[in-house]
Write a protein that binds this ligand. Structure first.
Ligand SMILES: Cc1cc2nc3c(=O)[nH]c(=O)nc-3n(C[C@H](O)[C@H](O)[C@H](O)COP(=O)(O)O)c2cc1C
Length: 189
């Protein structure tokens, strides 16, 4: 299965990429092919029109569209900013629809405080439904992110390690179920 992980933080001094890299390595070790989509490395212009309607679609948007189409399931990683998920992630999502629809989507939120970005996570679930996609019911919340990783970028917080393992187990179960159903449908055509 191909899994895209979107890093929805481009802030100077950002922290959210740490849990994205952690999941990337764990899921790859478990046999998945991972495409890490870092919106800091592949910035998108502010949306003027969406894919399929834009008269001159920016090349970087087309490239991201292709990468998302190639993914069987997607994980979105976002910080909580002012009670919601990041604007840079919302701008990226607004370009697309078919790239996400009928795919399993895992939500990972990050905060400096104790609540792990719960507001961002629940709001992102609603947006994912509007993309015609299937949000995983269990979310991975990463609280107190500044103390959760050591200088070698290793996850040292026990609670978050356990949460991350449960999230990955749930995500792989859910994403595989949808993936296998689609494979059956393809075979029966
Ligand atoms: C503009 C801004 C707004 C923030 N708003 C919240 C918030 O509403 N709730 C919260 O728990 N943390 C909030 N924080 C703290 C972030 O969760 C924390 O900085 C975290 O590291 C963000 O992820 P990042 O490092 O990838 O940007 C905010 C941070 C910024 C920069």
């Amino acid at each position: 299965m191909k899994i895209a992980i979107i890093i929805g933080s481009i802030r100077q001094g950002r922290q959210s990429q740490k849990i994205a890299h952690y999941l990337q390595h764990k899921l790859a070790a478990n046999g998945s092919t991972i495409d890490l989509i870092d919106l800091a490395e592949t910035p998108l212009p502010m949306l003027e029109e969406r894919v399929g309607k834009h008269p001159q679609l920016p090349a970087e948007v087309q490239d991201l569209s292709n990468r998302l189409h190639a993914a069987d399931a997607i994980i979105m990683v976002t910080p909580e900013y002012h009670g919601s998920f990041s604007g840079v992630l919302k701008n990226a999502l607004d370009y697309f629809y078919g790239e996400f629809s009928k795919k399993a989507i895992g939500i990972v939120t990050v905060s400096a405080g104790k609540f792990g970005g719960i507001n961002a996570a629940t709001q992102l679930q609603q947006v994912i439904l509007s993309l015609g996609a299937f949000p995983l019911p269990s979310k991975l919340l990463v609280p107190e992110v500044y103390g959760a990783f050591n200088e070698a970028q290793e996850l040292t917080n026990e609670f978050t390690s356990r949460s991350a393992q449960k999230f990955m187990d749930d995500f792989q179960w859910f994403a595989s179920a949808i993936y296998e159903k689609k494979q059956q449908a393809t075979l029966s055509v």
